[in-house]
Design a protein. Structure first.
Length: 117
């Protein structure tokens, strides 16, 4: 089973172009990525063939608090036999989450990630 998404880069580029073009204030060629426009990336799937919603059926609550500079992902306890679509023979799995604070103007970023046991 090949789950790689060979079009991810082109899909992400296309999505980012929508974000850049949403800057209606700046002249063409001088447009910026503004905070409010990044909402256009909501729902972007890095692997279109292996979306999280088609693999993990447990309820997931993600929270970003820009004022406090925190990000969180909460997944309550669940039965993996009924809530995870895994290939036959799978004995273990791990949930990995990541987040980034990106300052497009200063070209700086902070990345954090966490994984389940």
């Amino acid at each position: 089973m090949n789950s790689a998404d060979s079009r991810m880069v082109s899909r992400l580029t296309q999505a980012m172009m929508r974000v850049v073009k949403a800057d209606a204030v700046s002249d063409r060629g001088q447009r910026h990525i503004l905070d409010a426009e990044t909402e256009l990336l909501s729902g972007f799937e890095f692997n279109i063939r292996g979306t999280l919603g088609n693999t993990l059926y447990a309820p997931i609550v993600a929270d970003i608090d820009r004022d406090n500079g925190t990000i969180g992902v909460e997944i309550p306890s669940f039965d993996p036999l009924t809530m995870v679509a895994a290939p036959e023979g799978t004995t273990h799995f791990k949930v990995v989450s990541g987040g980034a604070e990106v300052d497009f103007e200063q070209e700086r970023f902070v990345v954090t990630n966490a994984a389940s046991d």
